[in-house]
Design a protein. Structure first.
Length: 243
């Protein structure tokens, strides 16, 4: 009798284990959890700029750019190098023979049609190459005049002579006095004049890349026929101290 009860208990236990095993087959399988990406860090910077100035404020901290912000045809332009480095552009390349600059920037959303319309649309026709060249010419001319005016603010005025293809610099105040004393042989002023001419030679070389065969001419504001300095394509053609 005892053996019968023991056998019955074992049979019931085995049946319950079998039922539990069968039930487990119908339970939903828990999928492996995907690793959660760390939250992206969003940095918002506040910029304060002034057209024609090198000053820039970023998050209430003041800095000076290596070139002024300029405005052409109602559009403001930042120095490209600052733009590329600040926004962490990659694959930056410059092809000297073609003067082409290429770089890569990441975006968080597709380019909108409004953006393309406002900034990228260019109305080109097969016969408008001359018009495009003229537009580029005026753009570069305005850019260089504005840049020089800002750089020599308070010491000289700039103009442009289309016939001579020349940027005309008319010294005033301290700069004019420096030139006159250098002509008179004041050695300290002679050295200052040499430094001044070097800056114009470098500037002339820059102008050459976009406007070849154009000059920078420094004239006597009292007598425009008197030329103090004539620089063209990065070379000095006339220096009043050496001629």
């Amino acid at each position: 009798m005892k053996d019968s009860k023991l056998f019955f208990c074992l049979a019931i236990t085995a049946l319950m284990l079998l039922i539990n095993l069968q039930a487990c087959q119908f339970l939903p399988k828990k999928q492996a959890e995907k690793p959660v990406d760390p939250p992206k860090t969003i940095i918002s910077d506040h910029f304060l700029l002034k057209v024609g100035s090198k000053q820039i404020t970023i998050n209430d901290e003041s800095f000076e750019l290596n070139a002024p912000v300029i405005e052409l045809e109602g559009m403001s332009y930042l120095p490209l190098r600052f733009f590329l480095d600040y926004f962490q552009a990659t694959q930056i390349e410059y092809d000297a023979p073609t003067e082409e600059i290429s770089f890569t920037l990441t975006r968080n959303s597709p380019m909108s049609s409004d953006f393309k319309k406002n900034y990228l649309s260019i109305n080109k026709t097969p016969n408008n190459d001359t018009a495009i060249a003229d537009e580029n010419y005026e753009t570069y001319k305005s850019m260089y005049i504005q840049s020089m005016t800002e750089s020599y603010k308070g010491t000289a005025n700039f103009d442009f002579d289309l016939e001579k293809k020349a940027f005309i610099l008319k010294p005033e105040n301290e700069l004019l006095g420096l030139i006159m004393l250098a002509i008179d042989g004041n050695q300290a002023k002679v050295e200052s004049w040499k430094e001044f001419t070097k800056t114009l030679v470098v500037l002339s070389g820059t102008i050459k890349s976009n406007m070849p065969d154009h000059s920078i001419i420094v004239i006597n504001p009292s007598d425009p026929n008197i030329v103090f300095l004539h620089v063209k394509d990065g070379e000095i053609l006339w220096d009043v101290l050496n001629n």
